[in-house]
Design a protein around this ligand. Structure first.
Ligand code: SAM
Ligand code: SF4
Length: 351
């Protein structure tokens, strides 16, 4: 959808906008549950890139503890527990600029993917920049979806990152598309970008062919020590408007209300779901910040009637705390679906 059309939609009175996005949402997603996603950080911190929002960048002094690539045993252990809790997809993220075929770490990732895939779950990864060779090998090893966020508009991107380009991000997405893996790509708001930057991001995502199957919308979680540590919170109605235009422009994508939910009221989140969000991060802890507690989320979803059965009683706060040292949710895309019961029939295709 073109920028001009997005602007027109975005600037309508709020209730007109969300009436339209709600209509589209119902056409494509009626009866579908809100997807609950949790991710495992398999390599944390010490990243060569200078993304101004990111606590994992080695360019900034943040309090984040670095962690090398986890062992296969550690990862399989977490994945097995996730499966026991009803997960059908398991995502792993690494704080790398990217990864190249032929390196030891790439071979280890392939092995990890095969082992996790053997557990019977879909496998998703976010490893930074890759090319066609890596994408093909990941797909062959069993990866279902690859997350790579464009994060903002091409015009604003150089203000946020200098160590790689917006085009680098698009090239990786193209390689992922060509390999047949599904694409998860979205961005962050609240970094000082303009309304047009946000809409340009939606324009570019919606014009990808095929469109991404999954679109995370993160609200910046300011990280102490990063250049964006003092950014003010995002206005809730701006977030709702952006979710609504994302739903209109990307009708078949999972639109994920991703990082930043701890700063959004229950009512604000309800409005986001009404406007078209249908996925959240699930788990008490994001990589470098808090996420709403599992019980709090389950209560909210249940009160809203967005799904009718708790994930599983085994996903208790005790279990979450137990796995907290290594199981952390990334503030980005790929996902693991935890068991849900769908009240009505889903509409059509799924990511
Ligand atoms: N290194 C890989 C990459 O850049 O694609 C994967 C990991 S990185 C943590 C993935 C995404 O997390 C970023 O693209 C960004 O959207 C999101 N993210 C990171 N820090 C964030 C923050 N402080 N607030 C909101 N979103 C954040
Ligand atoms: Fe590195 Fe990814 Fe963080 Fe950028 S967003 S600093 S590439 S981990």
């Amino acid at each position: 959808m073109k920028l001009e059309q997005l602007r027109t939609r975005y600037r309508q009175p709020l209730f007109d906008l969300i009436s339209q996005s709600r209509q589209i949402h119902l056409e494509h997603w009626r009866g579908e549950e809100v997807q609950r996603c949790s991710l495992l950080s398999i390599k944390t911190g010490g990243c060569s890139e200078d993304c101004a929002y990111c606590a994992q960048s080695a360019h900034y002094s943040t309090s984040l503890e670095r962690e090398d690539l986890l062992s296969i045993e550690q990862i399989v252990d977490v994945a097995t527990r996730a499966r026991a809790q009803g997960a059908t997809r398991f995502c792993m993220g690494a704080a790398w600029r990217g990864v190249r075929a032929g390196t030891e770490k790439f071979e280890r990732v392939l092995e990890i993917v095969r082992e996790v895939g053997a557990l019977g779950m879909e496998v998703c990864v976010t490893l930074g920049e890759i090319g066609p060779v890596e994408a093909g090998k990941l797909k062959a090893a069993g990866v279902t979806a690859y997350n790579h966020n464009i994060d903002t508009s091409p015009e604003f991107y150089p203000e946020i990152v200098s160590t790689h380009t917006f085009q680098d991000r698009l090239d990786t997405i193209a390689a992922v598309q060509a390999s047949g893996m599904s694409v998860c790509s979205g961005g962050i708001i609240g970094m000082g970008e303009s309304e047009d930057d946000r809409l340009r991001m939606i324009e570019i995502l919606s014009e990808l062919d095929p469109q991404p199957q999954s679109v995370p919308i993160n609200c910046l979680m300011p990280q102490r020590g990063t250049p964006l540590e003092n950014q003010p919170p995002v206005d809730i109605f701006e977030l709702v408007r952006l979710i609504a235009v994302a739903r209109i422009a990307l009708p078949e994508a999972r639109v994920r209300l991703a990082a930043g939910r701890t700063r959004i009221s229950r009512e604000g989140q309800a409005l986001c779901f009404f406007a078209g969000a249908n996925s959240i991060f699930f788990g008490d802890k994001l990589l470098t910040a808090k996420n709403p507690g599992v019980d709090v989320d389950l209560a909210l979803l249940s009160e809203l009637g967005l799904n009718i059965e708790a994930v599983s009683r085994t996903t208790s706060t005790t279990d979450t705390a137990d796995s907290e040292s290594i199981l952390s949710s990334f503030t980005d895309g790929s996902i693991s679906d935890l068991k849900t019961v769908v009240p009505n029939q889903p509409a059509n295709k799924r990511a």
